[in-house]
Design a protein around this ligand. Structure first.
Ligand SMILES: NC(=O)c1ccc[n+]([C@@H]2O[C@H](COP(=O)([O-])OP(=O)(O)OC[C@H]3O[C@@H](n4cnc5c(N)ncnc54)[C@H](OP(=O)(O)O)[C@@H]3O)[C@@H](O)[C@H]2O)c1
Length: 451
């Protein structure tokens, strides 16, 4: 059987999983591909440190540029992470005529245009299944399975760390900081968790999903992005009483006028399949015109789940190499598009146009007339209240938590109202705004004041 030499940029978590999966499934991969895949070299920062990967140390190099230029290497797999030097190395590999596979959403979100254009010019492929939701084949579903359909919405849980934290806060009633520390100790969160809990990682992934679904070239900074830090166990308990589960969502939809992309925690109806996606799991719901709804759920991160996606891409990209074709006979296919279609970009909608119900938690002084001030501002902005709840007496001198659930309202109006409300002397802290995902009626009964 012929061998296809491959170079790895990075041999950390995911790189070690790739080495292991290739070794474990060598025979099956050989049978599927008609050739064997061999890691010829792996570039690392420190060639001497102990590693999980069972790769001959002689194959390690600290010169990633030389690996990209090596004429024997046919495919470069980038699993190092970060924007640079990943961008430069991917461009070098592409310029040297190599197909590339990457798990790196960060580099594609920031430099995707440049990388995809370079690949198109060099007529090589860029595969990136592992960059969104690890082992879930969502990129393949959008790029191939749904290539015949018109996507209307992609909505999902694409960051396992945020989902783990909100799930534990919901189940155990513990506050964010405490659960974050536990997640860090268990290896589910980084020492600097901001990419995960502030929504940045999800924004990176959403740029890729929105590109494939709608042909838009979004920069992460153009996406409405709220993290999960301000949420308290009391918010989660109240949401549950309304019949909702709070989930960290990434959503892009095209209503015919343009595309609106957003990353934020949202109240999801308990009966929605996304509500039951718990812990570190990921799930994406795609709504398309002809198929309707389809759901993709599974492990979005971790060494082996991510390696599954990287190696599947590697097999796919190798199928277009003559080495594989020579053995298989006639596996040659038209080279698939190197990345998202170069279609004219759809217009982007202003996030202010979003219309949904809102859950608003005010930290209000516990004295007469305060609620009247808050509800007056809401009324002046044509935001009508569905329920208003104030639970328990606050500690002396502390603000009371007052929760308002609105009828559907425009985001723009809600934000202007909150800008005024948060300046009222009777409001102690900035108001928490959570969006409610479903447009339908709120389900559960919740004791409160009906207005
Ligand atoms: N971990 C997951 O569950 C997961 C899931 C989906 C996607 N991803 C993506 O997969 C990629 C890799 O993640 P990971 O968890 O495997 O990261 P990791 O464990 O930190 O490994 C990174 C590897 O890259 C090497 N490296 C970094 N900078 C380098 C440089 N300038 N020159 C040479 N080598 C360099 C490191 O070398 P040393 O070993 O010598 O330090 C290390 O081997 C990232 O883009 C990540 O977002 C990860």
């Amino acid at each position: 059987m012929r061998t296809i030499p491959v170079g790895l940029l990075g041999l950390g978590n995911v790189g070690a999983g790739v080495v292991r999966l290739l070794a474990d499934n060598d025979a099956a991969i050989g049978a599927r591909l008609g050739a064997s895949i061999e890691i010829r070299a792996a570039a690392v920062r420190d060639a001497h440190k102990p590693r999980q990967a069972t790769l001959d140390r002689a194959r390690l190099t600290t010169d990633p540029a030389a690996l990209c230029a090596d004429p024997e290497i046919r495919v470069v797999v980038e699993v190092m992470g970060g924007a640079e030097p990943a961008r430069t190395l991917l461009l070098q590999a592409i310029a040297a005529g190599k197909h590339v596979v990457t798990a790196n959403k960060h580099v594609l979100a920031e430099h995707g245009d440049e990388i995809f254009a370079a690949a198109a010019a060099a007529r090589v492929n860029v595969y990136y299944e592992a960059a969104v939701c690890g082992g879930l084949p969502i990129i393949r579903a959008l790029r191939e399975g749904l290539a015949s359909d018109r996507i209307q919405e992609v909505a999902g849980i694409v960051n396992g760390t945020s989902n783990f934290i909100l799930t534990a806060m919901t189940d155990e009633g513990r506050p964010f900081d405490e659960v974050l520390r536990a997640a860090q100790a268990a290896g589910y969160a980084e020492a600097d968790p901001s990419f995960d809990v502030d929504g940045i990682d999800a924004c990176h992934k959403l740029t890729l999903l929105a590109r494939l679904s709608f042909g838009v070239r979004l920069r992460p900074g153009q996406i409405l992005c709220d993290g999960i830090r301000p949420i308290t166990p009391a918010d989660l308990a109240l949401a549950a009483r309304f019949g909702y589960v709070v989930k960290p969502l990434a959503i892009a939809d095209d209503d015919g006028q343009g595309v609106l992309a957003r990353v934020h925690p949202a109240l999801v109806p308990a009966r929605d399949p996304l509500a039951s996606c718990a812990g570190t799991m990921n799930a994406i719901k795609v709504t398309s015109a002809a198929l309707g709804q389809s759901l993709y759920q599974g492990r979005g991160a971790g060494m082996m789940p991510t390696a599954v996606a990287v190696v599947a891409d590697l097999i796919e990209v190798c199928r277009d190499l003559p080495e594989a074709r020579a053995v298989r006979g006639a596996a040659g296919r038209a080279v698939p598009a190197p990345g998202p279609p170069p279609s004219p970009s759809r217009p982007l909608r202003d996030p202010g146009d979003l219309e949904c119900r809102y859950y608003l938690r005010f930290a209000a002084a516990d004295r007469p007339g305060v609620l009247a001030q808050v509800t007056r501002v809401l009324g002046e902005h044509e935001i009508s209240i569905w329920q208003l709840i104030q639970e328990g007496a606050p500690a002396p001198g502390s603000p009371a938590a007052v929760v308002v659930v609105t009828h559907p309202a425009r985001e723009r109006r809600v934000r202007s109202a909150l800008a005024l409300i948060d300046r009222l002397p009777v409001i102690a802290h900035p108001t928490l705004l959570l969006r409610i995902q479903a447009q339908g009626q709120v389900t559960g009964a919740c004791p409160g004041v009906m207005l």
